[in-house]
Design a protein around this ligand. Sequence first.
Ligand SMILES: [Fe+2]
Length: 175
Amino acid sequence: MGDLTHHLADFHHAYLRDELPRIEDFLSQLGARHVNRHPQLRSLREIFAAFRDELTRSMIQEEEVLFPLIRGLESSEASVSLRRGLDSSRQLLPQHGNTAKILARMRALSEGFTAPEDADVEYHVLYGSLALLGNEIRRLLHEEDGMLFPRAISAATTRLEDTRWRRFGRWISPS
Ligand SMILES: [Fe+2]
């Protein structure tokens, strides 16, 4: 699990930190030029800002709190930390559900990131970037929600049970 947290932060999160502001700037510039003919660009820009905020908040929480706790699951850590890690994992899951919903709204608004017939080259490049970002987010959510968090919750639950078992063991021991 430790390797996976480093991979998520160093590869997926690093990609998002470069790509989110780049796409947002691009969306603002393109929106300013084409919003009269393509009003959906304004809505897309607003939704994208919420998407960026959500992802940025989630990445900070994961890198500063959750990932270190998950790495701690593989070493000997106090049960209080393990419990916090478990709770954090559970709290993060609905946020990712929201990320997927916002992505679906952007996809619907842009008809699957298909540029209109009269779109210029930059419009096509923007939608191409959004489509790639969507694929990247799907991979990220699969690795976090589908792999890392269930493993962390399972490991934390086991460790908590171990701790209780050890306490129980001490309680019944004759010494
Ligand atoms: Fe995440």
